[in-house]
Ligand binder design. Structure first.
Ligand code: RIB
Ligand code: CA
Length: 309
């Protein structure tokens, strides 16, 4: 029985592959794609979600636009990582797939009232927090929230804060205290998902226009990750969160205590993971600690092949 999911994202190169995996994997039923400001502004992340559905021939999946700004402050983008368009690399042209609703929060509220689902979030958690604040009743309709974000150690935007959580720490805190089961796929695990030359060759060998787009996306992503962090290959963060739902055995998690730092002078946005129960605070999240890298890439390559025409 396929798991119904809502994919909340900020495309974003890795979000693009997360959308493809969610659309293609037989164990996942993609109910809707909601977009949020993050890697780029909301208008750009929404246009990119549309473009990904165009190029991957994903039809019948509503695309709804959520929040343009975090719960507090004006927000940040990651143009240095994803480019001015948020999806630099391939030339994708203007989007064709329509936006089903610009009231993404209202759309998700009604969708969940009609059908319970799992939320997979691969951008800042603004939309999910806003949804829970606007319609607290839907909390019981959300089976689980699996998010890509945070880390058990260092960050990537500040020394201790990862981008998705740093962009809206209040939203992450609201999600974490919602009472909904939460799973976190943080940098320590997603950094194991390096799209190296062998992975790119497997995707290129599919030989489809979609495969070429993916190779071009990964090529751009490789350049920014090399230039900024000196990575030998780009980590494909977001599909890890989808993989956790699609094939749970691919991602190893531990039940532990997770808190969000909201006020630290140097650490705002940090995900504080009490891995060894030193605080005595009760466990409240499943935190990813391992990845079956070979199986993960099999999932991603198979998704691109499945969507290729
Ligand atoms: O820190 C990596 C995360 O931030 C990924 O989801 C990437 O797409 C950006 O949203
Ligand atoms: Ca993302």
């Amino acid at each position: 029985m396929a798991t119904p999911i809502i994919l909340d994202c900020d495309p974003g190169h890795d979000d693009a592959l997360a959308i493809m995996l969610a659309a293609a994997h037989p164990a996942v039923r993609l109910l809707a794609i909601s977009t949020v400001a993050g890697n780029q502004t909301l208008d750009k992340t929404t246009a990119n979600a549309r473009r990904i559905c165009d190029v991957a021939s994903i039809t019948g999946v509503p695309i709804v636009a959520g929040r343009a700004f975090p719960l507090r402050g004006r927000g940040i983008v990651a143009a240095d990582v994803h480019g001015e368009s948020g999806l630099d690399g391939p030339s994708l042209g203007p989007p064709v797939t329509p936006v089903t609703s610009t009231d993404g929060i209202g759309y998700l509220r009604d969708l969940l009232r009609a059908e319970p689902a799992t939320v997979v979030a691969t951008g800042p958690l603004t939309n999910i927090a806003a949804l829970l604040l606007a319609a607290p009743d839907v909390a019981e309709r959300i089976e689980r929230i699996v998010f890509m974000g945070g880390s058990t150690g260092n960050g990537n935007v500040t020394p201790y804060a990862e981008f998705n959580v740093y962009a809206d720490p209040e939203a992450a805190d609201i999600v974490l205290h919602s009472g909904i089961p939460v799973a976190m796929c943080g940098l320590d695990v997603t950094h194991l998902a390096l799209a190296d030359e062998a992975v790119c060759e497997r995707i290129a060998a599919i030989g489809s226009p979609l495969a070429r787009v993916c190779v071009d996306l990964l090529g751009f992503f490789a350049g920014t990750y090399r230039d900024i962090w000196g990575f030998p290959a780009p980590p494909l963060h977001d599909p890890v969160a989808v993989a956790l739902v699609a094939e749970p055995g691919v991602v190893e998690t531990v039940r532990t205590r997770l808190d969000i730092e909201l006020t630290g002078t140097f650490t705002r946005g940090a995900t504080v993971v009490d891995r060894y129960a030193r605080t005595g605070r009760p466990p409240n999240a499943d935190v990813a600690v391992g990845l079956d890298v070979a199986r993960f890439w099999d999932l991603v390559v198979t998704a691109v092949r499945t969507l290729s025409t």
